[in-house]
Design a protein around this ligand. Structure first.
Ligand SMILES: C[S@@+](CC[C@H](N)C(=O)[O-])C[C@H]1O[C@@H](n2cnc3c(N)ncnc32)[C@H](O)[C@@H]1O
Length: 245
C-alpha cells in the first residue's frame, strides 16, 4: 500500500470515528431532552383557561360580580373570615375582575398592599384601571405564568385563591412558587366548589378537577397544613392553610 492510500484510509477512519462521536452526542442530547420533558409537570387540565386568554371584560364582570353567585353574595363575610389586617401583604391569586382585590385593598390600609395576580394581562390592566378610578392606591398588578405565582420569596402574609384552584394547570409548580412567596406565619385561603356527585351540578362535576379532600391532599404534598375548614358557604368550601413545620 502506498503512502497516499494509507493516508486516505486513515482519513476515512477518522471521519467514521467523528461521525460515531457525533451520533453519540446527539443521542445523549435527545435523551436529556426527553428526560427533562418527562420531569416537567404536564397540564392537569389543558384548555381550562382558554376563555381568559383574551377575555371580554364586561362579560366576566357580569359573570363574577352577579347576585346569585355564592362567593359574590357572601363576599363581605368571606373577607371578614379571611381576617385581613392593616399592613398586610395580600395576594389575590386568579384575581379575575378584581372583586376581592378591591374589597381587600382598604382592609390592609395603612401600609398594606394587595397583589392582584392573574395569567390574563387584560384582567390585570382592567383591575388597575378600576382601582385607580376608585382611588385605591395600594394595589399592584402582576401578570403571572400558569406555572408560577410571580412573587418574590417571603413577599406575602395571605394568599387568597377563590374559584381558581381548579384553574391551576400546573398545581405542583404553582404551589411550590406560592410556598416560597409566603412568609413564615403566612396563611393560604382556598375557596372552591364542592365536588360531590350527590349534590354538585353536572357542570361542576365536569369542570372542577378536585374535591375538598383532594385539594387538602395536594396542599399537604406541597408543604401546607390545614388549620381551618370554615362552614361559611353552601356550594363552596373555605379552607385555610399554613406552612407545615
Ligand atoms: C373563575 S376565575 C375566578 C376569578 C376571581 N377569583 C373570582 O372569584 O371572582 C379564575 C381566574 O383564575 C385565573 N387563573 C387561571 N390559572 C391561573 C394561575 N395559574 N395563576 C393565576 N391566575 C390564574 C384566570 O385567568 C381567571 O381570571
Amino acid at each position: 500500500m502506498g503512502k497516499k492510500e494509507a493516508g486516505y484510509i486513515y482519513q476515512v477512519m477518522a471521519m467514521r470515528t467523528q461521525h460515531r462521536q457525533l451520533s453519540f452526542l446527539l443521542l445523549l442530547c435527545s435523551l436529556c431532552l426527553a428526560w427533562s420533558a418527562a420531569a416537567q409537570e404536564q397540564s392537569v387540565r389543558p384548555g381550562i383557561n382558554r376563555h381568559f386568554v383574551d377575555p371580554d371584560w364586561q362579560r366576566w364582570v357580569n359573570t363574577f360580580e352577579r347576585p346569585g353567585r355564592e362567593v359574590y353574595d357572601k363576599r363581605h363575610a368571606i373577607v371578614e373570615a379571611s381576617a385581613p389586617r392593616p399592613g398586610m401583604a395580600v395576594a389575590d391569586i386568579g384575581a379575575g375582575t378584581g372583586l376581592f382585590t378591591r374589597l381587600f385593598a382598604p382592609r390592609v390600609e395603612p401600609g398594606g398592599t394587595v397583589y392582584a395576580i392573574d395569567i390574563s394581562k387584560s384582567f390585570i390592566d382592567n383591575i388597575l384601571r378600576t382601582c385607580r378610578e376608585q382611588g385605591l392606591t395600594n394595589v399592584t398588578g402582576i401578570v403571572n405564568t400558569p406555572e408560577d405565582v410571580g412573587l418574590p420569596a417571603d413577599a406575602i402574609d395571605l394568599a387568597f385563591i377563590t374559584d381558581t384552584y381548579h384553574h391551576f394547570e400546573y398545581p405542583r409548580q404553582t404551589l411550590a412558587s406560592l410556598h416560597q412567596a409566603l412568609r413564615r406565619d403566612g396563611r393560604v385561603i382556598i375557596i372552591d366548589f364542592r365536588r360531590d356527585p350527590r349534590i354538585s351540578s353536572r357542570w361542576v362535576l365536569g369542570h372542577v378537577r378536585t374535591n375538598k379532600a383532594q385539594t387538602i391532599q395536594e396542599m399537604k404534598e406541597a408543604g401546607f397544613r390545614l388549620v381551618a375548614d370554615k362552614p361559611l358557604l353552601r356550594t363552596n368550601y373555605f379552607l385555610e392553610f399554613v406552612k407545615s413545620e
